[in-house]
Design a protein around this ligand. Structure first.
Ligand code: CP3
Length: 345
C-alpha cells in the first residue's frame, strides 16, 4: 500500500510513514461510556438488529467523531455477525453477553460462505453512510473477528475461558481446521465487501490468542491470518490491514515476521522493545494504552501517554488502547488523552 501527503493521517501511518504526531483512534470508541450511545441503544433492545440497522449503526459510529478530534471512525458492528451470516443463531442476553445456538454441520456452514457478504450488506450500507458524512481527512475502518476468536464463540456458545475450544483443537484437529477454513473463506469476502462499501483500512481482531502454545498459535492464528490476507490481496483488495493477536505474548514477534499485515496492534503487555522491533522491520504498530489506566485517569495516565508517544513516536505508529474502552470510563479521560496525542509534536 502506498499513500500520499494528502491522505488521512491513519493511512499514512499504516503505509509506514513517520508523522510529527501519530494518528489516534480507540478500540470501542463508540459504546457504553458515551451517554448518547446508551440513549440510542435503549431504543433498540436487540443488539444484533441494532448492528444491522444502517441508520442507527452509522449514527453510533459518528458519535465519538463529533465529540473528539479522532483520526478514524470504526464501523459499528460486531465480530459475531459472521456466525449469524453462516446460519448459527446469535443473540445477546441483557447484562450477560453473547449467546450462540447449536453449531450447524460443516456442509450447512459452507452453503452460506459465498453469500456471507450479501447477508451482511447492512454493514456495507452503514459504511457508505458514514463515509459520506465523514470529513475526507478522517479515515473509515472496517473489521472482522479473526477465525480462531470467532470459532471460540461458535464452539462454546458464549464468552468463556476458551478451554473447550482449545481442547477440541487437540481432540478433533481435522474438524477444527475445517471450521477455521470456513471462517477464512467467509471473512475475506466480508472484508472485501466492506472495502467496496467505503472502508479504507481493516482490522482483524484476534481477541483470544492468549494461552495458545506455539504450535497451536501457528496453526490457529498465523496460518489462517496469512491465508485470509492472501485471499484478500488475490481478490485485488489493497486496503491496509491491522492484525491484532491479543494475548500472543512472546509469539507476537513471530506473528509480525510471518503475517504480511500492514500493522500489528499490540496489547497492554507489549514491551517497548517488541514495538520497536516490529517498526524496525518497516511495519507500523498500534496500541497499547491500558484501558484500566484510561478509566483511572490522573497524572499516571498523562505520563503513560507521553511515554508511549516517546518510545514509539519515531517509528510508524498509531496511537490506541491495548484493548477496548471500558464502559465505566469517564468521558473526560477519553477527551484528555485524545487531546494530548493531537497536541503532541
Ligand atoms: O467502537 C468500536 O470499536 C466498534 C464496534 C465494536 C463492537 N464490538 C461493538 C460492541 C467492535 C470492533 C467489536 C468487536 C468485538 N465484539 C470483539 C473484538 C474486540 C474485543 O473487544 O476483543 C469481540 C470479542 C466481540 C464480541 C462481543 N460483543 C462481546 C463478548 C460482547 C459483550 C461484552 C460487552 O462488552 O458487552 C459484545 C457486545 C458489544 N459489541 C457491545 C458493543 C458496543 C456492547 C453491547 C451493548 O451495547 O449492550
Amino acid at each position: 500500500m502506498t499513500s500520499s501527503a494528502g491522505d488521512p493521517r491513519l493511512l499514512r501511518a499504516l503505509s509506514g510513514e513517520v508523522l510529527p504526531r501519530p494518528p489516534v483512534w480507540l478500540m470501542r470508541q463508540a459504546g457504553r461510556y458515551l451517554p448518547e450511545y446508551r440513549a440510542l441503544r435503549a431504543t433498540a433492545p436487540d443488539f444484533i438488529a441494532f448492528c444491522l440497522d444502517p441508520e442507527k449503526a452509522a449514527e453510533v459510529t459518528l458519535q465519538p467523531m463529533r465529540r473528539f478530534p479522532l483520526d478514524a471512525a470504526i464501523v459499528f458492528a460486531d465480530i459475531l455477525l459472521i456466525p449469524k451470516a453462516l446460519g448459527q443463531k446469535v443473540w445477546f442476553e441483557t447484562g450477560e453477553g453473547p449467546r450462540l445456538g447449536e453449531l450447524p454441520p460443516l456442509e450447512g456452514l459452507w452453503s452460506h460462505v459465498e453469500g456471507a457478504a450479501d447477508a451482511l450488506s447492512a454493514v456495507g450500507e452503514t459504511l457508505s453512510r458514514v463515509r459520506a458524512a465523514l470529513e475526507p481527512d478522517r479515515a473509515l475502518i472496517g473489521f472482522a473477528g479473526a477465525p480462531w476468536t470467532v470459532l471460540t464463540y461458535m464452539l462454546e456458545g458464549r464468552s468463556s475461558d476458551r478451554s473447550r475450544a482449545r481442547a477440541l483443537a487437540y481432540e478433533q484437529p481435522e474438524r477444527i481446521d475445517a471450521l477455521i477454513d470456513v471462517l477464512v473463506e467467509a471473512t475475506w469476502r466480508y472484508l472485501a465487501m466492506q472495502v467496496s462499501a467505503g472502508a479504507q483500512a481493516l482490522v482483524l481482531f484476534e481477541s483470544w490468542a492468549e494461552g495458545l502454545p506455539q504450535d497451536l498459535f501457528e496453526r490457529l492464528v498465523i496460518h489462517p491470518h496469512a491465508r485470509l490476507l492472501s485471499r484478500l490481496r488475490q481478490a485485488g483488495v489493497a486496503a491496509p490491514l491491522v492484525g491484532f493477536p491479543r494475548g500472543g505474548g512472546s509469539l507476537v514477534a513471530e506473528y509480525a515476521k510471518r503475517v504480511d499485515v500492514d500493522a500489528v496492534a499490540l496489547d497492554t503487555q507489549a514491551s517497548a522493545a517488541l514495538g520497536k522491533e516490529i517498526q524496525a522491520s518497516g511495519r507500523a504498530i498500534q496500541g497499547a494504552l491500558d484501558p484500566q489506566l484510561l478509566r483511572a485517569g490522573g497524572v499516571a495516565l498523562e505520563r503513560r501517554v507521553d511515554q508511549l508517544l516517546d518510545q514509539w513516536g519515531d517509528g510508524p505508529y498509531v496511537f490506541n488502547l491495548g484493548h477496548g474502552v471500558l464502559p465505566d470510563t469517564p468521558v473526560q479521560h477519553v477527551e484528555r488523552v485524545i487531546r494530548q496525542v493531537v497536541d503532541h509534536g
